[in-house]
Design a binder for this molecule. Sequence first.
Ligand SMILES: [Cu+2]
Length: 103
Amino acid sequence: MNKTLRSAVLAIPFLAFSAPAPASGDLQAPATGSVNAVDAAKGVVNLTHDPIPALGWPAMTMDFGVAGTVDLTKVRKGAKVSFTVSKGPDGIFRITDIKPEGK
Ligand SMILES: [Cu+2]
């Protein structure tokens, strides 16, 4: 088998992996970032997050609202965190899980 043909054959299985579009209200993605500010009373956290490829988002600094189940009282300014961003049925992205990175 020549080199060009072999490359073509090896590439074929990857064509099967096109990501299915998630149902509305079902879109969520893992992310990491660092905490700039926390307002536990309002349920808002300001983060500088790394790129989120699953959402097509570049790295940026932004406010996130959190779901009612998220306890922000243990989230500290300056902490590196892992979190989950989920798109609600209202089309708004919120944090549904947040914890110190690596835990
Ligand atoms: Cu963002």
